[in-house]
Design a protein around this ligand. Sequence first.
Ligand SMILES: CC(C)(COP(=O)(O)OP(=O)(O)OC[C@H]1O[C@@H](n2cnc3c(N)ncnc32)[C@H](O)[C@@H]1OP(=O)(O)O)[C@@H](O)C(=O)NCCC(=O)NCCS
Length: 175
Amino acid sequence: MERGGLVVRAALLGDLDAITKLEYDSFPEDRVSRRSLRYFLSAPHQPVIAATIGNELAGYALVSLRKGARSARIYSIAVDARYARRGVGLALLQACEKYARLQGRAALTLEVRYDNAAAIALYEKSDFRHFGEHSDYYADGATALRYKKDLVRSRHSQDRGPPRRSKRARLRRQR
Ligand SMILES: CC(C)(COP(=O)(O)OP(=O)(O)OC[C@H]1O[C@@H](n2cnc3c(N)ncnc32)[C@H](O)[C@@H]1OP(=O)(O)O)[C@@H](O)C(=O)NCCC(=O)NCCS
C-alpha cells in the first residue's frame, strides 16, 4: 500500500536493526526483544508489518496469531516520533486488520496502558471498543485496558432481509 510517500508492507529480516531501535526507543520496559523480533521476522506467515517513508522506517506493528484462537492480537505497534500525527499509526492498524482477516481471524484485540492517551485515541478513532482490563499487567504494576474490533459483520446483521416497512407505511397500503 502506498499513500503520500508512505509504504506499508511485510517487514523483512533486513528491517531488524531499524525495528529493534524503534521498539527500544518507544518502550522503556516490556519490550519485544531483538531475539524475538528476529524470530518473528523470519516466520513464514510474516506477522511483522513495516511502514516506511522515503526508505526510512516510520513505524512497525507485530501481530500475534495464537493457534486455534478466533482473534489475532496486536502484540506491538510503534511510530517513530519524527513521523507522529501523519497517519502512520492509522495505516499500520488498517494493515493489521487486513492481515488478520487474510489469516481467517474474526477479531483483532490489543492491550494498552491505561495512561497512553495517544494510543487510546488512535484505537477509539479506529472503532476498537474497550471490553476489559488486566490489573498489574506491566512491569511497573500499571493496568492494561483491553480493546477489541470485530472484523466480520455478525450473522444477524448479514442475514437481515430487506428493510421492514414502517407501521405507518403498512397502514397506508391497507387503506
Ligand atoms: C500511538 C502511536 C502509534 C500513534 O501513531 P501516529 O502515527 O502518531 O498516529 P496517527 O497519526 O495515525 O493518528 C491517528 C489518530 O490517533 C489519535 N492520536 C494519535 N496521536 C495522538 C496524540 N498524541 N494525542 C491525541 N490523539 C492522538 C488522533 O485521533 C489521530 O488523528 P488526528 O491526527 O487526525 O487527530 C504513536 O504515538 C506511538 O508509537 N507511540 C509510542 C508507542 C506506543 O505507545 N504504542 C502503542 C502501544 S499499545
